[in-house]
Design a protein around this ligand. Sequence first.
Ligand code: ADP
Length: 340
Amino acid sequence: MVTGWGARAEATFGWQPKQALGLPLVELIVPPAYRAAHNAGLENYRRTGQARVLGSVLEVTALHRDGHELPVELRISPAARMDGKTVFIAFVLDITDRKQRQRELEEALADAREARVAMDGFVNMIVHELRQPLGVTLGYSDVLLTRGGLSTDAERAVQAMMTSTTSALVLVEDILLAARLGAGGLKPELAETDIPEAAASAAERARPAASIRGGSIAVETPPRAPLLARVDQKFLARILDNLVTNSLKYSVDAPHVCISVQGGAWIEVMVADQGKGIPEDMREKIFDRFVRVHDRGTVPGSGLGLYVSRQLAELQGASLTLRSSSPGKGSVFALRLPPM
Ligand code: ADP
C-alpha cells in the first residue's frame, strides 16, 4: 500500500498524491504483465525475509496513469519495520531519454560497423582489380628492358613507365594496408633480421628511381655487421620503401638520399634527404591519414604512406619519428627498432 508519494512520483507516473495514497502500489505503476511476479516477490519476502530487488539498482518497465509504459531505474532501500509493518522506500528514475539515446547510439554504431565492412569490401575489390593490370605493366616493362635493343629514348620511356607504375602499386598497397590496419586485423610475423642488409635491399630497390632523376642512394652501416633485430621483414621493407620513396618524391633537384644504420641499445635506421623539408607545424601531422604538405597536384600520393609506416612500426614495438627537418634543406626520419 502506498504510504507516501513524492512530487517526482507524480511527475513520472501521473497520479497525484491524494489519488495514490492508500492504494496497492502494484495497481498504480506495475504493468499488468509483471503484476503476478511482483506479488510473488513480495510473498517470498514475507516468508523468507529475502528479496532480490532490495538494495540493488534495476532497470524495469513501469506503467503511467495514462496507460503508456516507460523504462525506469528502480532502487529499493532495504526494508524497515515501523509500527509492526514492513516499509520499503523506492527511488524511481524515468530513463526514457537515456534509453532512447542508448538506442540511437547502438543504431549509429551498427550502421558504422556495416559501413566499415562495406567499405573494406569495396577497398579490397578495387585494390585487387588495380594490382593485376599494374603488375602486368611492370612485368612487360621489365621484359623490354632486360631484352635490350631499345633506343635510348625508348629505354628512358620504359624506365619512367616502371617508376610510375611502381609508385601506383605502392599507393594501392598502402590503401589496402590502411584498411587492414583500421580493421585491426594485421599481426606482425617477427623474425631475426639483419638490419643493415634490409637497408641495403631497400636502397637497391629504389636505385632505378633515383638514377632516372640523376640522383643517388647511399647506405652507411657500421663496420661490425650484422646488427640483428626481431622484426616483420615485410613491414620493415614497406616502411623503408615509403621513407625512401618520399625522400625521392619531395626533392628539389637530383635527389641524394642516405640510409644509415646505427647500433646501440636500440637499432636506428635513418633516412636522410636534402629535399624540401617539412614546416614546423606539420611535423607530427604528416603521420596522420591523408595529410599532405607538398605538391598535391603534381606528385602522386595519398597521404597514407607515413600513417601506414608508423602503424607498422608500432605493431612490432618500433617507433617512427621525424628526427629533424628544415624547409629547403632536407629531412631525417628515424626508425628505432627494439633490441633482440
Ligand atoms: P604521400 O607521400 O602519399 O603524400 P605520406 O604519408 O608518405 O603521403 O607523407 C605525407 C606528407 O608528408 C607528404 O605529402 C609530404 O608533404 C610530406 N613528406 C613526407 N616525407 C617527406 C620528405 N622526405 N620530405 C619532405 N616532405 C615529406
